[in-house]
Every structure is written in C-alpha cells, then in structure tokens.
Design a binder for this molecule. Structure first.
Ligand SMILES: Nc1ncnc2c1ncn2[C@@H]1O[C@H](COP(=O)(O)OP(=O)(O)OP(=O)(O)O)[C@@H](O)[C@H]1O
Length: 307
C-alpha cells in the first residue's frame, strides 16, 4: 500500500511516472438518495489483478459500468490509460457472466471474437481484412478455441462459449480487462482454464484486471489487491490485509471471523446478525453469502485501508 518514488535517471532527471491503467479519484456513485460508494481512490497499474468483492447490491457491477462509460459517476473522476472513461473505448475489454446462448444462434465463434475488434481501424481492402483475421486467429489460439471456432455459438458448451467471450475481450489488446463474474456457472476445470487465461494475459501483456466475483477461491493466488465494498464502505489492500477478521468486522459492522483452513479462507458471520438477507448463519463466503470458502495464503494480519 505504499508508492515508490519515481527513480532518478543518470542525469538526475526524474523518470516520468508510468500512466496507470486505471484511476479513480474521489469517485462516488449513488442512485436517488442511496450512495453505493463514495470517496473511492484507486490507481491500478498495468498487469495488476484486482478482485472486487462485496455482497449483493454493493455496487460492484456498477463500478464496471462506470469504467465502461455506461454509467456516469455522481462525483469524482475515472480514467483509463490517462483519459476520461468513454463508451466504446477499445483499450477496455469486458468479459460478462457465462450465460447459455440460444441453441438456435448461428453466429460462429469466430464472428463473436471478431466483434471484439469493432472500433479498431485496420483499414479497408485485403490488407486490413488479413490483419483482422490474423488478430482473430491469434485470440482463438490463445484460448484454445480454434477447433470449434467455425461452429455456430448455439451448439457449443457453456465452457466453450465462455472461452470465446474471453477471446473476444482479449482480441483488441485491451489495457484494462473488466470481468463481471466470468466464472459463474462454469465447472471447476473451466473455471481454472478461464482464470488462467486471464492471468496469463496480464503477465504477458501487462493488461490490468478488475475481477468482480462472489467466489474469490479460484482466483485468490492471482489477486494482487482486493477492493471489498459493503454498504457504502470499502477496503483496499492485499488479500492478507483485507480478508481479516478485523477488517471485515469493521466493514460489515458486525462480528465476522476469518479462518484459514488448509490454505483456504473461510469467513464466518455472526449468527445473531445476518450480514445480508441470504445469510442467517455461518459459514459465509467473503462476499457475505453463506456456505462458501476461499483458497488463501496465511493471514498476515495487517490492516487494510478502510473507508
Ligand atoms: N440505473 C440504476 N438506477 C437505480 N438503481 C440502480 C441502477 N443501477 C444499479 N442500481 C442499484 O444499485 C445497486 C448496486 O447494483 P450492482 O449491480 O452494482 O450491485 P452488485 O454489487 O454488482 O450486486 P450483485 O452481486 O448482486 O451482482 C443495486 O441495488 C441496484 O438495484
């Protein structure tokens, strides 16, 4: 949670700070008289992997909408690669939840991936078309979807469809990848595949990742920092800093225990004060839902930045 001063060059001049992939400054969002979150300052560097956690309705997806330029902030500023957010920004990739596509859908996987290049300018004519095709082929190869790329989307399995959505999001070489529960409805093997693809891309290409999830287990080893939002309050820090009894008790304003069992994080809520309408008793996931747990490193016990 500390920032390094910019290193000095040999001639004594300071090297300019790298442009963050993503920056929120004093950001706030509310609807009517309800504030989802406010005073949010978050700078995400190229290649960083941020998990966005919190109970239902805490404003996680709304944060992604803000960064996609689909939802204006109530306060503050949001920037992607140093520029104010806007719709249709080809520096931003988006992976939605897995939802089965209608079996009658004839759009091919290859076509879906190509939609990820809409807005990119390859020029007209043969050369432009060839460059576009090369990009699509490279994205299909990256996710291992070449074998079924020419089949209609409607006949593919959920895992195959989701790999193609990942390819679509990566196709345009985004600086920032916004993921809205992309592992939901996938079996464990496909969860791991999709998570690894995203992790690989951020290591290889320096793509920053904002990953909204209710289940931090499959991605915890990849997570650099957590943004945990509860009822207008939030904490930002490493998983060891945020996923602690102390921080979650502060956030939820009710006693919460964070346990580490066989390398997994289990969050246990107070039985007399359910943390959300679905959570009558422990255990619960770090997002407040009952009955789930999380892979995780041993607790370091440091306190996160808590708002
Ligand atoms: N355009 C809108 N107008 C009014 N209220 C809205 C609007 N968009 C979202 N909300 C409300 O804001 C709250 C946060 O919604 P959001 O989808 O961001 O939550 P979330 O944390 O992603 O929840 P979940 O985990 O259930 O997906 C919800 O109560 C939702 O109804």
């Amino acid at each position: 949670m500390t920032t390094q001063p910019a290193p000095a060059a040999a001639d004594g001049r300071k090297t300019p700070e790298p442009v963050p992939a993503l920056a929120l400054r004093g950001a706030g969002l509310g609807f009517g008289d309800r504030t989802l979150w406010s005073g949010l300052d978050l700078t995400v560097h190229p290649g960083e992997f941020i998990a966005v956690l919190g109970p239902n309705g805490s404003g996680k997806s709304s944060l992604l909408k803000v960064l996609l330029g689909l939802q204006p902030l109530s306060h503050g500023e949001a920037e992607v690669t140093g520029r104010a957010v806007r719709t249709g920004n080809d520096r931003v990739g988006y992976i939605p939840q897995q939802k089965m596509i209608d079996p009658g859908t004839t759009v091919r996987g290859r076509d879906l991936v190509g939609f990820g290049l809409d807005g990119h300018r390859f020029g007209v004519g043969l050369r432009g078309r060839r460059r576009r095709r090369e990009k699509v082929d490279a994205a299909l190869a990256e996710v291992g979807a070449g074998a079924y790329a020419d089949r209609p989307m409607g006949v593919l399995s959920g895992g195959e469809q989701q790999r193609l959505r990942v390819a679509q999001a990566l196709c345009g070489d985004p600086a920032v990848l916004l993921c809205d529960e992309p592992l939901l409805s996938l079996d464990l093997a496909n969860q791991q595949t999709v998570a690894r693809l995203i992790d690989h891309r951020r290591h290889e290409a320096g793509t920053a990742v904002l990953f909204v999830t209710h289940e931090v287990n499959p991605i915890l080893p990849m997570v650099d920092r957590v943004l945990y939002i509860v009822d207008g309050r939030f904490a930002v820090g490493t998983p060891d800093e945020v996923l602690t009894t102390e921080v979650l008790t502060d956030l939820y304003r009710t006693p919460v225990d964070v346990l580490r069992v066989h390398g997994r994080v289990i969050v246990v809520g107070a039985t007399d004060a359910p943390l959300d309408p679905h959570c009558q008793a422990s255990p619960m996931a770090p997002d407040g839902r009952p009955g789930a747990d999380a892979d995780g490193p041993a607790a370091a016990g440091r306190t996160a930045a808590l708002r």
